[in-house]
Design a protein around this ligand. Sequence first.
Ligand SMILES: [Zn+2]
Length: 487
Amino acid sequence: MHSLLKFVMRVRLTMSALAAAMLAVAMISMIAISTACYAADPPSVDWDKINSEALDYFRAYLKFDTTNPPSNTTAAMDYLKGILDKEGIATETFESKPGMVSLVARMPGPAGVKPLLLMSHADVVPAVAANWTHPPFGAELDDGYVWARGTIDNKAHGIMALMTMLVLKRNNVPLRRGIEMMVNPDEEAGGANGAEWMVKTHWDAIDPAFAFNEGGGAAPDWLGLKGVSVPVAVSEKRVMWLHLSVRGKGGHGSVPKPDNPNLILVNALHRLLENQPPIRITPIITEAMDAVAPFEPFPTSFELSHLELPEMSRLAMAGVLSPYNIQALLRDTISLTMMNAGVKVNVVPTIAEAGLDCRLLPGTDAEAFLKRIRELLGDERFTIDFIQHPDEAPPSPTSGEAWEAIKRAVAKNFKEAMVVPWMTTGGTDSRFLRARGVPAYGFVPTVLAAGEMARVHGDDERLSVDNLNRGIKVTYDLTIDLCAAKQ
Ligand SMILES: [Zn+2]
């Protein structure tokens, strides 16, 4: 009896100690949460006024024709620089080639703490005005949207960074981490004279702790999920562009012969393209699907959480993973994008050429991939040249300060939205940062349905004013969370 009493008392003591410890932990985390909340809501931001000012800047910025080629960003960068200079925010410009200007603006934090980098690009792809309902560089406001080339890709993102800096500066928000904004040219041509050049030749001018860039954002009905989801790009497929050429024997078109280079090319390409690389589920996709699966109906939920089983991946790819832009994330891909041969209909040419746009998953052995291509072409007469070699950059972590801040900003601004690590099929400037070991996240805080995204690089690109406003607010919250001194 006595020992039982002692035992019970010991258990009670242990439990009350445990309860006290839990209470302490809860209190500490409440203090931490309230600190974060306070820091995220500094007083006196008149958002209506900020939004209206932002809209003016946005439309003016869009009117600069920064089409790439030639990616001339001089005037656009002068414009943004003028706004920042007037507010007393330090700026610097860098010119890689005539007209290709990068802008860096800085709000310094304490020495020894690397800054947050908000990056975007100012160049845009060409627009065929005749196909547009609004002039592509008119930045007209119609039906709640701003219509212009570059609204989504990627000028709004630059304005979100700009307004964030202006609001922080005007409110004299004390910083525990500095903030940088970088706007680059040349992204649409691969970034060699923009972000890549900055990273290679002016690293000292940026050297951030982490970066936010294009590549992800909120989407409704994503993968069949209810409401809005937020796929954030932590990695991207790697560009490998190949030029194939094969020589045969030219001659008269009236005499068919097997050494016609067109025949050799067509037959080889057929063998190659009929044998697309196998499905490979990368760790990012596994992590994303593990997050998504519980919210999907059965049997999709089961398929997505067992993609490593070939039968399950086959079923999922016939279902929720059927969109081509998602399928392209499940394997290395080969697109036949160029073919060139012949000068006249009755002349057999001596050479036939093709261009292949290959995109490799993170971790794919490029040598082995090329070897497989050679084997499938199955013809010694082929010459294969690289137009672009694939980079290898590690994925950004799905944990740590920046990732957690994204999750908090999303929780605050997007009702019940899930943040999912994701990958882009296309390349972005993020890879240059990742290759330097800097976590870079593709996250533009807008909500864009597939139909709006389809206008990117297409006709009638536009962004709603609501999305611009939302993007500014979330970028600001994210920046406050990561950079403002805790009160
Ligand atoms: Zn872009």
